[in-house]
Design a protein around this ligand. Structure first.
Ligand code: SF4
Length: 455
């Protein structure tokens, strides 16, 4: 029976099918020549890469969609379908677009388990020897090291995922894999277009925001999975605040904390609300203080300017304070041109990663920009002054109509002083709401980890 991603790949050749061992006794058979575990977490430099999938060269055209399928007939247990060349079959240094899906069925599993299951698999994948995995599910960057190129295949990567999933989540009954590697012989990036469109829609569905609001719950959740990258970092998950990795939502954090109470995802009793607009809660401060090795004392969930949440590094987008206009800019990882800060996103991401609290800067998920609490403590969309035109088009339906035309993009300018003039000319709400006598009043941001002066 055809499954959705295969329907989207109808223009591609049928590819090859492999069958993984499904007997619990033999899940790990043949995998002992590849390392697995946190000590293998690594970057793969260009000079060392055998194969690259997605990343900046391809405008991040590489996706991974993990989803719980409710029809058992659509998940043939242990099946791996590969369209395109396998890892040992490409020339060293090859770079291609692509995507893969993992369909999971379990009689006891619901879409609420999605985040938990995908996180187990995703964490295992990051610890695969010679395998670099960056980005978010709809825009990945994978590299495979030359050292493992002759012993690693897509079926073997799938077997790692399969064995991990079956070992850690006994509620899983069946898992099937689908890989598409956009080599010229299968039609290249153009032939994958319907698959990318399918993945984009599917990702929207699997990462859909919850229907209730932060005020409706007494408990938030925290996540420290990325401590291996940033030892003092903790994410805070609320119904309206998706973490920027886009992998785990509020409901899936709840399921994860219930299934694995000693794990990386933990409950945060909200406690007293200290600032409603900024999303400042006593319980969140206490939890983050504990989990950040007593380095971060205060966090405002809806602010990028004052006491923002910390960033490990796997954010797909970020907000940044632009002092020349006392406004906030947005950019995403796939935007490779200049920002009004005079740096590119890659430099910005490097500056704010690592788990410190960087006042003025916050890692974001693009889906999270749809939250009604989005940067509410800073003025919300009335404070957003600049963003890449691509992003503006992609999320046009979440930007308030009255601000949309007034937000400047790189097509108009990336120069902060020209930006100031344009905001004045366009009558951006920031001019009346935040400036004085038509002049911006720049804030002096404290250094990372320091406090704002008492007011
Ligand atoms: S980015 Fe945050 S929510 Fe996502 S895995 Fe890392 S710590 Fe967890």
């Amino acid at each position: 029976m055809a499954v959705p991603e295969e329907e989207a790949a109808a223009r591609l050749p049928p590819g090859r099918v492999f069958q993984l061992p499904t007997d619990l006794e033999h899940l790990w058979d043949g995998l002992d020549d590849i390392g697995l575990g946190l000590r293998w977490l690594s970057e793969v430099k260009r000079a060392d890469m055998h194969l690259e999938l997605g990343g900046p060269k391809w405008d991040y055209k590489m996706f991974s969609i993990f989803y719980i399928e409710e029809d058992p007939g659509k998940v043939k247990d242990g099946e791996v379908r590969l369209i395109g060349p396998d890892i040992p079959e490409v020339a060293p240094g090859t770079s291609l677009p692509g995507g893969f899906t993992i369909r999971i069925y379990g009689e006891e599993l619901t879409p609420g388990h999605q985040g938990y299951v995908s996180r187990q698999i995703g964490t295992a994948l990051q610890g695969l020897e010679g395998f670099m995995l960056f980005g978010t599910p709809d825009s990945l960057w994978i590299r495979i090291n030359k050292d493992v190129a002759n012993k690693l295949t897509f079926a073997k990567i799938s077997q790692f995922c399969y064995a991990t999933a079956k070992t850690l989540v006994p509620q899983i009954d069946a898992v099937a894999f689908f890989w598409a590697v956009g080599a010229p012989e299968i039609g290249g990036v153009e032939a994958l277009a319907p698959l990318f469109a399918w993945a984009k829609e599917k990702y929207k569905i699997v990462s859909a925001k919850e229907l209730y609001d932060d005020e409706d719950v007494d408990t938030f959740y925290g996540c420290t999975i990325c401590k291996s990258l940033a030892p003092n970092h903790a994410c805070v998950l609320t119904p309206s605040a998706l973490p920027y990795c886009g992998i785990i939502g509020y409901d899936s954090a709840k399921v994860t904390a219930e299934l694995d109470p000693e794990g990386y995802v933990f409950t945060i009793p909200k406690g007293e609300c200290l600032d409603h607009e900024a999303g400042h809660y006593r319980g969140v401060d206490e939890a983050v203080y504990e989990k950040s090795n007593h380095l971060v004392k205060r966090v405002s969930i809806y602010s990028s300017v004052k006491y923002p949440t910390t960033n490990c590094g796997c954010f797909e987008a970020a907000s940044f304070y632009i002092p020349e206009v006392d406004g906030i800019g947005l950019a995403m990882r796939r935007y490779t041109r200049m920002t009004p800060l005079g740096i590119k996103f890659s430099s910005l991401a490097g500056m704010i990663s690592g788990g410190a609290q960087n006042h003025g800067f916050k890692g974001l998920s693009i889906a999270g920009m749809a939250s009604k609490n989005f940067l509410r403590g800073d003025g919300g969309w009335n404070r957003i002054v600049w963003m890449p035109s691509d992003l503006k088009r992609d999320i046009a339906d979440v930007i308030p109509e009255e601000v949309y035309d007034k937000i400047v993009t790189e097509e108009e300018t990336v120069d902060a002083l020209e930006l100031k003039e344009l905001l004045r000319k366009k009558g951006h709400p920031i001019v009346k709401m935040f400036w004085k006598n038509s002049e911006p009043q720049p804030l002096k941001l404290p250094l990372a980890g320091e406090d704002w002066p008492e007011q």
